[in-house]
Design a binder for this molecule. Structure first.
Ligand SMILES: [Zn+2]
Length: 436
């Protein structure tokens, strides 16, 4: 526990520089205009619903055509609007939260997508949604922001998985049977290759491509962009099979609770950046692991407390079981986290990247492994210690350096970004495992 950030760190509480990306008055005007636009969109949705309800059964097929005439858009556009409205219709709670300003049309669409993709019965969808919205209210009561659309979708995905794990596993296997590869032509002699299948295998492929691309980037004189190298790496790996094998180490992360790993319980795991993972999939992935890294998290908040060095298990069931059993008796401690030097220790980097998962700017999802590890309070004023280190993507690192925001971390790990004028945006510490 001694590694937790203990004190509130204030980075730039000195006089705010007289600059801001958006002047305060315009920001307030924007906020008012955005709120009005959201309320108008909500009113439109309600009118569309009323029009559908009022239409005679034989006319319902043509409601979208009439809407398209009024909006002066292609009928397909009106059809999409009508579909969005009707998908949300069984969930009045979503519209209530929208009206209250907690959600937007994007949230409602993201929520409906997960509810319909993952569950078949209306009563299941309602139960999952009620549970997730209650959790959002609880978090808001503790001062946290409402989730962004993608985060709301992941919360619903996790709650839907937990509702019926057997059914979810069956659905995953059926969906995996439809795996495949597709090509789509693009203009200017280009094309797209779409690989569709189980998320953990897609992630393994993506990780292999990125690892090879990073290796290519270390060659002197390579002036290709990262995206170009990733394409070239994918081409090389797919067309030449085993080329590069043995030279590239790659790491696919899946976070598995110990009780799930040992089969004692069916808690969800998580593929960082992708979302919740079925417990059985976790166990399958674990049996194919070359290394394990033990991470200790707070059981209530999911916050990372300690990160161990990786342990080599070489896909050996006995070694895997032994490492897991050691977790019950041998506490995970993180050593060598502080240094008087400017550059954090290797272990501190691993700890901070595991703890933060992404850039800490509210809503930013750029992965921690591609982010800078920044001193919140500049060194040497602030120490090189995880309590004073956080992950910021290059873009938001620059935003912080420009002085547009002040940043501080509260004792519970919540990062508070304050805009000029005092408006605060809070981002709670990420939970390592899915929340729902
Ligand atoms: Zn960022």
């Amino acid at each position: 526990m001694s590694d937790l950030p203990r004190s509130v760190r204030v980075v730039t509480d000195q006089a705010f520089p007289e600059i801001s990306a958006v002047p305060l008055r315009l920001r307030e005007d924007f906020e008012a205009a955005f709120h009005a636009q959201q309320q108008a969109t909500l009113a439109t949705w309600r009118m569309v619903r009323a029009a559908w309800d009022a239409a005679a059964t034989r006319d319902k097929d043509f409601v979208d055509d009439e809407l398209a005439l009024i909006m002066n858009v292609h009928p397909a556009t009106a059809e999409v609007l009508l579909a969005d409205v009707m998908l949300a219709a069984p969930f009045p709670a979503l519209l209530t939260e929208w009206e209250a300003g907690h959600l937007t049309d994007r949230h409602v669409k993201a929520a409906c997508k997960e509810l319909y993709d993952r569950l078949t019965e209306t009563h299941q969808r309602t139960a999952v949604l009620d549970r997730v919205l209650q959790r959002c209210h609880d978090r808001a009561a503790q001062g946290h922001s409402w989730p962004k659309p993608g985060e709301l979708g992941r919360m619903i995905a996790a709650a839907a998985l937990l509702l019926d794990l057997d059914a979810a596993h069956r659905q995953e296997r059926e969906a995996a049977d439809r795996r495949g590869v597709d090509t789509t032509p693009l203009p200017h002699g280009q094309a797209q290759l779409v690989v569709e299948g189980p998320q953990e295998q897609v992630l393994e492929m993506a990780t292999a491509i990125r690892a090879r691309a990073e290796e290519m980037g270390r060659e002197p004189g390579d002036e290709r962009t990262l995206a170009q190298r990733e394409f070239d790496a994918a081409h090389e790996l797919i067309t030449s099979g085993a080329a590069g094998e043995g030279t590239v180490t790659r790491e696919t992360q899946v976070v598995v609770p110990v009780a799930t790993a040992t089969g004692e319980a069916d808690q969800l795991g998580e593929l960082p950046g992708l979302g919740p993972v079925h417990p059985q999939t976790c166990r399958d992935l674990l049996s194919r692991s070359d290394t394990l890294r033990r991470i200790c998290v707070d059981a209530t908040t999911g916050r990372v407390l300690a990160v161990d060095d990786p342990v080599r298990v070489g896909r050996d069931p006995a070694a895997i079981a032994g490492t897991l059993a050691a977790m019950q008796t041998d506490p995970v401690v993180t050593r060598d986290l502080s240094t008087p030097a400017y550059r954090p220790t290797r272990r501190a980097l691993a700890f901070v990247r595991t703890r933060d998962r992404t850039c800490r700017f509210p809503g930013c999802t750029r992965p921690a492994r591609r982010s800078d590890v920044d001193h919140e309070q500049p060194w040497p004023l602030g120490p090189t210690d995880p309590a004073n280190l956080h992950c910021l993507c290059r873009h938001h690192h620059r935003a912080k350096q420009s002085g547009l925001f002040s940043v501080r971390t509260e004792p519970d790990g919540t990062t508070v970004w304050t805009l000029r004028g005092g408006r605060e945006f809070r981002r709670p510490p990420p939970a390592l495992l899915p929340s729902c």
